[in-house]
Design a binder for this molecule. Structure first.
Ligand SMILES: [Zn+2]
Length: 474
């Protein structure tokens, strides 16, 4: 069993401007170093002005996590030298030295394989994103390029207590956090780099290792799985797990030691003199509390009441906003919400795992409606829908109708055609027919033979009924 704590960096992508200047916060796809001004370039004499909308968003997250909002918030300088940090310090928050983060405490309930667990939040702080380093030849590059377009974008750092014990729990926490952020409408976590995590992990008998800058919940699960195996093997072989910082190489699927060692005492925190302490009023907190949208856990309760799905299905569906939105949209038009919920939780999540995707990836409500419609109209069978068409939709992004046409799929609608095949199967399997007369379960074999002969194009329910009827008459 491992001990895992996470530090998650989340960009407030819904903000129009950066944290301390009026440059647009949407830096993506802009030519390098064009989205900058003296403040976010850290030029001497430039003064930061706090973006109050960022404070409101941070407060909304704090309330959603049921944490304590600080009445007085002080920013601090965190000193370190790195090419992505033009000022030589990052404006952040700190718990000591008269500085305080925007939020302390709080928790997120997670659900892994039906088992409930609460992960406590230590603090949430507001800080600026550094610039972006580009290694032209990956980690082996001999030089690095710096793009300051991202410099100064508002970040929330969310630090958990070391409450997680497996890579799957860490992934479930990140997925749930992502769902909360997306329900709040403060971060579009699907954007590249919008949500990054540092994971602290240790195993019994070893020191804590920090794996830095992992890009998605699915990658966090992989990196931690690798790291736990590495640490346990090392200890078993008589080695020592030292306290160190490592990086996750997602293409090679290994963690590698970081070149620089970092310790908290080195940062020389001091209060930021250019930003006055910010007082969060009771009135502001109450206004934001009143404006909070429906959050994942409340939405799960509503799903149980409104759609009569089980508590388990409701929790899994709301662990991702995209999944929950898709469920509601499809359930409203197709009807039969339980069938839609089961399809998403059982079939979709199975393919997510098999194809190595992140939850929400490849989901398209319109295509799902089309798929259900095709089955309901008898154009394709349920088996064809879930085994052939749906995975192909996920892999290629093509419409279900186009895929069915391409693959020449169609259900046999002509009952007499199926009847002929049923009769043939009954004739050539006399022993199975005798068994089936005594044992209901033995019919499965005959149904299987018919489906095989029709290449899965017949409706299994109809086939079963036909076989029963013919056998009872024989
Ligand atoms: Zn700027």
């Amino acid at each position: 069993m491992a001990t895992i704590g996470l530090e998650v960096h989340v960009q407030l992508t819904s903000l129009k401007t950066k944290l301390f200047c009026s440059c647009p916060s949407d830096y993506r796809d802009k030519p390098p170093n064009t989205n900058v001004c003296p403040v976010c370039l850290g030029l001497p004499g430039a003064l930061p002005i706090l973006n109050e909308r960022a404070v409101e968003m941070a407060v909304s997250l704090c309330l959603a996590l049921k944490g304590k909002v600080s009445e007085k918030m002080v920013f601090a300088r965190k000193h370190y030298f790195y090419p992505d940090l033009p000022k030589g310090f990052q404006i952040s928050q700190f718990t000591k030295l008269g500085s305080s983060p925007i939020c302390t405490g709080g928790y997120i309930p997670i659900n892994v394989d039906g088992k409930e667990k609460v992960v406590r939040i230590r603090r949430v702080q507001l800080e600026e994103d550094p610039g972006r380093l580009v290694w032209p030849q990956g980690f082996a590059s001999r030089y690095v390029l710096v793009d300051y377009n991202r410099s100064g974008v508002a970040l929330l750092e969310i630090v958990t207590e070391p409450d997680m014990e497996s890579p799957r729990e860490a992934r479930a926490f990140l997925e749930k956090l992502r769902s909360v952020l997306e329900h709040l409408g403060i971060c579009d976590c699907s954007l590249e780099g919008a949500m990054r995590a540092d994971a602290n992990v240790s195993v019994p008998g070893g020191e804590r290792v920090e794996v830095k800058n992992i890009g998605s919940p699915k990658e966090v699960e992989k990196a931690l799985t690798f790291e736990i195996v590495r640490q346990t093997t090392l200890i078993k072989q008589g080695g020592k797990v030292e306290r160190e910082t490592r990086h996750w190489d997602s293409s090679k699927r290994v963690t590698i030691p970081s070149r620089s060692k970092e310790f908290e005492a080195d940062y020389r925190y001091m209060p930021e003199p250019n930003i006055p302490p910010y007082y969060v009023s009771e009135e502001m907190i109450e206004r934001i509390r009143m404006e909070l949208p429906e959050l994942p856990d409340e939405r799960a309760e509503r799903f149980v009441k409104e759609y009569k799905v089980s508590e388990y299905l409701a929790k899994v569906l709301t662990s991702s906003k995209k999944l929950a939105d898709t469920f509601e949209e499809v359930a409203k038009t197709v009807g039969d919400p339980i069938r839609v919920a089961n399809f998403l939780v059982v079939e979709y999540l199975r393919w997510v795992k098999e194809l190595g995707m992140d939850i929400g990836e490849g989901l398209n409500a319109g295509y799902l409606k089309e798929l259900f419609n095709m089955v309901d109209k008898g154009e394709i069978t349920w088996k064809q829908a879930k085994e052939i068409v749906f995975p192909e939709v996920l892999k290629t992004g093509k419409r279900p109708k186009a895929i069915a046409k391409e693959k020449g799929l169609r259900a046999i609608k002509d009952v007499s055609e199926i009847e002929k095949i049923v009769e043939k199967v009954i004739k050539s399997n006399p022993k199975a027919v005798e068994d089936a007369k005594r044992n209901e379960k033995a019919i499965n074999f005959l149904v299987g033979q018919v489906l095989k002969a029709t290449k899965g194009r017949a409706d299994p329910k109809l086939v079963r009924e036909m076989i029963k009827e013919k056998i009872s008459k024989s």
